[in-house]
Design a protein. Structure first.
Length: 159
């Protein structure tokens, strides 16, 4: 299954409340694999489709990480990446705009990039809103309307 969403549909997915029934710490429950630590949690929608939050960090480079919010139909293995919060580990170029930067950056799904055959989240903007994976996750939760419970011992939202 290949997904295609218009900009309006993407904004609707972002705006939808995503209640995560667990504690934030559950999102940071990593397993090591292929030189990375990874975690993934699912938020089931009323129609049984899913939002998936995926975290990945390189074990050798703390700036090589991603915090991803994806959409997935139940029973399908392919997802649609709505947002991807990346670390500052590589130069990135927006192919259609022709700009380049070496910075922490946020990838955003767009209709425009889908229309030219690129990955849905190919457009990115540099950001100074975070400087590590925990900060990226914090931005994802806030930007994408994920409602979580706070564990009193968690340091995710400690300032």
């Amino acid at each position: 299954m290949n997904y295609y969403f218009t900009d309006e549909e993407i904004q609707s997915l972002i705006a939808e409340e995503k209640p995560f029934g667990g504690l934030i710490d559950e999102m940071m429950n990593f397993k090591e694999s292929d030189g990375h630590k990874r975690s993934s949690v699912e938020i089931v929608r009323a129609d049984n489709s899913l939002y998936v939050i995926k975290l990945r960090q390189n074990l050798n480079n703390v700036n090589d990480f991603s915090a991803i919010l994806a959409f997935q139909e139940r029973g399908f293995n392919k997802d649609f990446k709505i947002r991807r919060y990346n670390g500052k580990s590589h130069e990135y170029s927006n192919k259609l705009e022709g700009d380049k930067f070496y910075a922490f950056h946020i990838h955003m799904a767009t209709q425009r990039y889908q229309d030219v055959g690129r990955k849905e989240e190919s457009f990115a903007e540099a950001t100074d809103r975070y400087s590590d994976l925990r900060g990226a996750l914090k931005c994802l939760l806030k930007d994408c309307n994920v409602i979580t419970k706070l564990n009193p011992q968690t340091s995710l939202f400690s300032e």
